[in-house]
Design a protein around this ligand. Structure first.
Ligand code: 6PG
Length: 241
């Protein structure tokens, strides 16, 4: 695994870097193959999505891009909590991507059944990479508790599941989630971990420096065995570490 740590002065520079990386990776994919991009949720991606939708909209052949999600809250697509809604408002409504290229996780469905359905859909649409469906790009965020996607420390065993997607639960709100497992994440060709900000800097340091307790953090287990891993960090956040 190739591991890169990208540190920029600001989150806006990280968004610019990510957008350029996306353009480059799509352009580098053989012309007859779709490019599969798993989106992350939460707040950080909003700036990244808006940057792509405004400054890079016409630099990408969106007919080649397939959009999936790394996780979703078990709510409807119009719910303020929905990762799909966030992506639609900040990206999908502003780019000419065919609706048939967007594979929404149905947060309104039964979590366990939807995890199975989505895993089967994922397998049908994504070419195997080392024998397991290998997404071209998995975008992840990290919480202050070291969770990633919707794999939380209390449910870290999900990371090692043989399933591609599992139902999970937020430890505080008890909100049901559907999440990609380590099987999806660590078989990707590239994983980009968005972890800017002062609040996350101690966790980032704990993980990257393998400090006490690092192995209890789901984000620490993101290691695309045959792919590339890029951590996106901002100097503002790290300066306070
Ligand atoms: C989610 C995300 C989650 C997120 C982190 C960071 O559904 O909430 O997938 O893993 O990436 O919690 O969230 P922020 O970007 O809001 O800090």
């Amino acid at each position: 695994m190739k591991n890169v740590i990208k540190i920029s002065d600001t989150v806006d520079e990280l968004a610019e870097y990510f957008a350029s990386l996306l353009v480059f990776r799509i352009a580098g994919t053989p012309g007859n193959q779709p490019f599969s991009w798993l989106l992350s949720g939460g707040n950080t991606p909003k700036l990244f999505f808006r940057k792509i939708a405004t400054n890079f909209r016409d630099s990408i052949d969106w007919n080649r891009v397939q959009i999936f999600w790394g996780d979703e809250r078990c709510v409807g697509p119009e719910d303020e909590e929905s990762n799909y809604k966030m992506a639609r408002e900040n990206l999908l409504d502003h780019i000419p991507i065919p609706a048939s290229n967007v594979f929404r996780i149905r947060g309104e469905s039964n979590p366990a059944a939807e995890a199975i359905r989505y895993g089967e859909l994922f397998t049908r649409n994504i070419r195997p990479f080392t024998g397991i469906p290998g997404a071209d790009l998995v975008m992840l965020g990290m919480g202050e508790d070291g969770h990633t996607a919707s794999i939380f420390p209390a449910g870290i065993d999900i990371f090692k599941s043989n399933a591609l997607f599992e139902a999970s639960e937020h430890p505080v709100t008890k909100q049901k989630r559907i999440t990609a497992t380590g099987r999806v994440i660590n078989h990707a060709k590239m994983v980009v971990m968005l972890a800017p900000g002062e609040a996350k800097a101690p966790r980032v340091a704990q993980i990257l420096n393998r400090l006490d307790g690092w192995d209890r953090l789901p984000a620490a287990h993101v290691k695309p065995e045959n792919g590339e891993m890029i951590w996106l960090l901002d100097r503002e956040g790290l300066a306070t570490k």
